[in-house]
Design a binder for this molecule. Structure first.
Ligand SMILES: Cc1cc2nc3c(=O)[nH]c(=O)nc-3n(C[C@H](O)[C@H](O)[C@H](O)COP(=O)(O)O)c2cc1C
Length: 144
C-alpha cells in the first residue's frame, strides 16, 4: 500500500517558470532519496501536486512545502492509502500547462463549468488531469 496526498495552492506573486523548474529539480533529488514520486502541475497561476510514498516521508515533505513562500493557501484535496502509485517513474515531474484554452476540453471533463477552479476538484479528478494526455502534450510543446 502506498500513501498518496493531493493538494493545490496559488503560485506566489513574482514566482517565475524558471523558479518552478528549480523547485521541480530540487524536489526530484529529495524525493528520490525519500522514495517519493509524484507530479507537479503549473496551470493558470495554480500548483496542483500529488505526492506518493511512505506516509512519514510524504507528511515530512508536505510540512516543508506548506512553509514555502513560493506559494500560498495550500489546500489538501485528498489523502489516503492505495494499492499502487499513479506516478511510479516520476520523482517529481513538472507539467506546465502553457495555454489553458488548449486544454479547455480537458478541464470541462473534470469540472461542471469551464472555469478553472482547482479547489473544487476531487483528488481523483486532479490525478486524472495530471495524467491527461492533452495536458501533457501542451506541457511538452516548445514555447516560453
Ligand atoms: C509547489 C511546491 C512543491 C514542492 N514540492 C517538493 C517536493 O516534492 N519535494 C521536496 O523535497 N520539496 C518540495 N518543495 C520544496 C520545499 O518547500 C522545500 O523548499 C524543500 O523541500 C527544502 O529542501 P532542502 O531541505 O533540501 O533544502 C516544493 C515547494 C513548492 C513551492
Amino acid at each position: 500500500m502506498i500513501y498518496q496526498m493531493t493538494y493545490v495552492s496559488k503560485v506566489a506573486d513574482g514566482v517565475t517558470l524558471s523558479d518552478c523548474k528549480a523547485i521541480a529539480a530540487h524536489s526530484e533529488k529529495n524525493n528520490a532519496r525519500d522514495g517519493v514520486t509524484g507530479c507537479l502541475m503549473l496551470c493558470d497561476g495554480w500548483f496542483l501536486q500529488v505526492l506518493e510514498g511512505a506516509i512519514g516521508a510524504v507528511n515530512r515533505i508536505y510540512e516543508r512545502i506548506i512553509k514555502d513562500p513560493r506559494h500560498r493557501y495550500p489546500t489538501i484535496l485528498g489523502a489516503g492509502y492505495q494499492m499502487q502509485r499513479n506516478f511510479p517513474v516520476w520523482q517529481m515531474r513538472l507539467v506546465h500547462v502553457r495555454d489553458i484554452e488548449a486544454i479547455a476540453a480537458v478541464i470541462r471533463r473534470y469540472h461542471a463549468s469551464s472555469a478553472f477552479d482547482p479547489i473544487s476538484l476531487t483528488s481523483e479528478s486532479c490525478i486524472s488531469l495530471l495524467n491527461d494526455p492533452m495536458a501533457l502534450e501542451d506541457s511538452n510543446r516548445k514555447g516560453p
